[in-house]
Ligand binder design. Structure first.
Ligand code: F6P
Length: 329
């Protein structure tokens, strides 16, 4: 391969820069022309790219976000969008692309691969919801950010004998909520993968702990439970906090952590795994291998066929959830 491009797509994640850096430097060191595509598949369709060298990726390993910018493109999913992208690849002699992002980005990578552009996906999302991989770049940093933020919320919650309901990211997955919930000692954790009942899983648990003289409470919920919450007559986390206050007489507040969770300097783990995965992806392309997703299994970096990877399912650790419920009381 003579020309390989790199792009980041979907929600950004801390550690994406480490992956870009590794992918680019691996290519440069193997005498391949490396192109950086700005703003994901949108930039690919528009031909928004530039040649990168060893120094283009200096001074980024410690930065959050993505130096290549990111986007979510609906046009790219259309036949016209795909045709534009293929044309740009041909015009720029792009034979392979490292696609750093989540499931949606991998579907784009699969569609390009089918049309003859070798793509390798690198799992980058704070949600940790890529089924084929135990780990996705950005997850560890995000968990630590949530922990730090909720520790601060806990200070004021405790000072006022209150209950704080904290909504964390995760549209379809509860990995962030479950693990952060354990780390902050949340009395209740609500996630999309596990059925919940507000009376049983929040109100009754709080009542039990109040009998043991507990006076402040942290409830962690994943963003993805909104519909299930509505089905129980509660419209969002503010309404949930009001319901708790009304039912138990404990003054309650809700905090939606929002995009603060996606930023910040990447942790050691995200820098290291980002570097490993970025380099691995370029090596696959250098060997003429495409249509793959890089994954982490235990401590090993491996790869899967994209279609196979997209069909996999990742289960939440039920035992971990049970442990959380047993000890955070
Ligand atoms: O995919 C990562 C993620 O941060 C999700 O947790 C969240 O639901 C979504 O992206 C938010 O996307 P946006 O930044 O486009 O609002």
């Amino acid at each position: 391969m003579k020309t390989i491009a790199v792009l980041t797509s979907g929600g950004d994640a801390p550690g994406m820069n480490a992956a870009i850096r590794a992918a680019v430097r691996t290519g440069c060191e193997n005498n391949v022309k490396m192109l950086g595509i700005r703003r994901g598949f949108k930039g690919l369709m528009e031909g928004d790219m530039y040649e990168m060298n060893l120094r283009s990726v200096s001074d980024i390993i410690h930065r959050g976000g993505t130096m290549l910018y990111s986007a979510r493109s609906t046009e790219f999913a259309t036949e016209e969008g795909m045709a534009k992208a293929i044309e740009v690849c041909k015009a720029n002699n792009i034979e392979g692309i490292v696609v750093i992002g989540g499931d949606g980005s991998f579907r784009g990578a699969r569609d390009l691969s089918v049309r003859g552009i070798n793509c390798v996906g690198v799992p980058g999302t704070i949600d940790n919801d890529i089924a084929c991989s135990d780990y996705t770049i950005g997850y560890d940093t995000c968990l630590n950010t949530i922990m730090d933020m909720v520790d601060r919320i806990r200070d004021t919650t405790e000072s006022h004998d209150r209950c704080s309901v904290v909504e964390v990211m995760g549209r379809r997955a509860g990995f962030l909520a479950l693990n952060a919930g354990i780390a902050v000692g949340a009395t209740s954790i609500l996630i999309p993968e596990i059925e919940f009942n507000i009376e049983r899983d929040i109100i009754d648990r709080m009542r039990r702990t109040m009998k043991t003289d507990k006076k402040h409470f942290i409830i962690v919920v994943a963003e993805g439970i909104t519909e299930k919450l509505e089905a129980q007559g509660i419209n969002g986390v503010n309404a949930l906090a009001k319901y708790i206050q009304h039912t138990l007489g404990v003054e309650s507040r809700a905090t939606v952590l929002g995009h603060v969770q996606r930023g910040g300097s990447p942790s050691v783990k995200d820098r290291v795994v980002g570097s490993q995965m970025g380099s691995y992806a370029t090596h696959l392309l250098l060997n003429g291998v495409g249509n793959r997703v890089v994954a982490m299994k235990k401590e090993d970096i491996i790869d899967y066929d994209i279609v196979e990877a997209l069909n996999m399912k990742k289960a939440i650790d039920r035992e971990l959830y049970n442990t959380a419920m047993e000890i955070s009381i």
